[in-house]
Design a protein around this ligand. Structure first.
Ligand code: PGA
Length: 249
């Protein structure tokens, strides 16, 4: 089954209004690549200015709360980011699973909040180096899928991102063989849970994706796009990744 590639950026806790100038060339590159999807998740404070600066580019949030409102000081709901102009949110990024102690159940709730509020979601999973070294990578990741896949999971609004924790921001990427094996295991788990819908669901790879390795990773079997951190902060690095996806056969 042919799946449209998705190249998504994740600015994390980086950027300010001045940095939004980068979005002009990124939006232009997206426009010149009509066969793929391009999206960028920015800090909550930048969602509204980013969405109004580049209305054709899909701007998203990096996290949403599982509830729609309530006594949760400092948190932001899916309805709020949607109103600010977000079309999607990342949920369950490993930095939040680690720093904010988010559990699979929390992540499931966040994805369901996205669905309820009519925004898309990119659900992140990935193992630590210790888990990989112990031979537990596949069991850890498939357990994360089992625990955090939302009710109502469907390819039209949900993508999965496989991001080995040891490859994030380290300059180390998984080998294409390891990525292909994990994406295959994730798709098998999805098939078990949602049947043939799994064949349409995009599975992105994330972790030190750069202009140098993007084409190779994107050509790997079952890799339907990339979630890009550091290299999404500048158009100079992100545009070549968009072009690598655009130019895939
Ligand atoms: P990185 O981050 O590309 O800087 O490794 C990826 C991510 O955490 O989404």
């Amino acid at each position: 089954m042919a799946r449209r590639k998705l190249i998504a950026g994740n600015w994390k806790m980086n950027g300010n209004r001045a940095a939004l100038v980068e979005l002009d060339s990124i939006a232009a590159a997206a426009l010149a690549a009509p066969g793929i999807d391009v999206a960028i998740a920015v800090p909550a404070t930048l969602i509204a200015p980013a969405a109004s600066k580049v209305p054709d580019l899909s701007i998203g949030a990096e996290d949403v709360h599982q509830d729609d409102s309530g006594a949760h000081t400092g948190c932001i709901s899916a309805g709020m980011v949607k109103e600010a102009g977000a079309r999607f949110s990342i949920v369950g990024h490993s930095e939040r699973r680690a720093d904010q102690h988010e559990t699979d159940a929390d992540v499931k709730g966040k994805a369901e909040a996205a669905l309820r509020n009519h925004i898309a979601a990119i659900l992140c999973v990935g193992e630590t180096l210790a888990q990989r070294d112990a031979g537990e990578a596949e069991s850890v990741v498939t357990a994360q899928i089992a625990g955090s896949l939302p009710d109502g999971a469907a390819a039209g609004w949900l993508s999965i991102a496989y991001e080995p924790v040891w490859a994030i921001g380290t300059g180390r990427t998984a080998t294409c063989e390891d990525v292909a094996a994990m994406h295959n295991a994730i798709r098998a788990k999805l098939r078990e849970m949602i049947g043939t819908e799994a064949d349409a669901m995009r599975i992105l790879y994330g972790g030190s994706v750069t202009p140098d390795n993007a084409a190779m990773l994107l050509a790997t079997k079952d890799v339907d796009g990339a979630l890009v951190g550091g290299a999404s902060l500048t158009a100079a690095k992100f545009v070549p990744i968009i072009e690598a996806a655009r130019d895939q056969p």
